[in-house]
Design a protein around this ligand. Structure first.
Ligand SMILES: Cc1cc2nc3c(=O)[nH]c(=O)nc-3n(C[C@H](O)[C@H](O)[C@H](O)COP(=O)(O)O)c2cc1C
Length: 213
């Protein structure tokens, strides 16, 4: 078989593991990977790095991807509304998330605007599904990022050891927030020994383009 043909089935498609992708099919596949990442805790796409910007200063952190909505072009993660990232996003709604799967050598970068959900139906539904163990994140006395004289989780011993009831955990609901990323653009990069491939999906201008990696 012609190796060149195998690599580039047609000029405007990319072939990965024997499957050809048009740019539209590739875009859909990226979102399938993101949905998988939101569902499967072992997926490398489960824990993206999310960047925010306030007063010219960047900050990044790992979060758990909780939801991905391919048609709405929306991603969601949970956080404490007392956290720095929440305050940063209140000041500046620009947000970026970065995913990398070392097994497939695929990087996905998204850029967009954050919508902050608090005390609404989206947060109350998600809070109901939040396990006792995960609710501990919202039960610290002092705010996340506040300094402490000793190394501590910020939780009481009972809460730390999960000796508390679901009713007790309701105290955390007032700090439970959801960041919704309204994805404005997405970039896909595939590292390949025979030449990398890159694509850009612009949802604002509804334009998908191949790029030089
Ligand atoms: C694997 C992993 C997953 C995390 N998931 C979340 C998360 O979903 N939400 C969150 O607020 N913080 C999460 N964190 C903690 C953040 O990375 C960060 O340290 C913390 O939220 C404080 O960030 P901030 O000061 O920018 O608000 C996670 C950390 C790791 C290592």
């Amino acid at each position: 078989m012609n190796k060149e043909k195998d690599m580039h089935q047609t000029k405007d498609e990319v072939t990965i593991n024997g499957i050809s992708y048009s740019i539209d099919k590739l875009e859909k596949d990226c979102w399938i990977q993101l949905v998988n990442g939101s569902i499967k805790s072992r997926s490398p796409f489960h824990t993206p790095c999310v960047a925010t910007l306030t007063n010219g200063a960047l900050s990044m952190r790992t979060v758990v991807l909780r939801k991905a909505f391919p048609l709405l072009k929306e991603l969601r993660f949970h956080t404490d509304i007392r956290s720095n990232k929440w305050k940063e996003l209140q000041n500046n709604d620009s947000i970026s998330a970065l995913f990398y799967d070392a097994s497939t050598r695929v990087q996905i970068r998204v850029n967009g605007k954050a919508i902050l959900h608090f005390n609404d139906t989206i947060t109350s539904e998600a809070w109901q599904k939040t396990t006792l163990s995960s609710r501990r994140c919202y039960l610290t006395q002092a705010s996340p990022s506040s300094f402490s004289a000793i190394p501590t989780s910020g939780l009481s011993e009972e809460i730390e050891q999960e000796k508390f009831t679901l009713a007790d955990s309701e105290a955390g609901a007032k700090y439970f927030g959801i960041v919704s990323i309204q994805v404005e653009s997405m970039e896909w990069l595939w590292l390949n020994h025979a030449g990398h491939r890159r694509a850009f999906f612009d949802y604002v201008h509804d334009s998908y383009k191949w790029m030089i990696p």
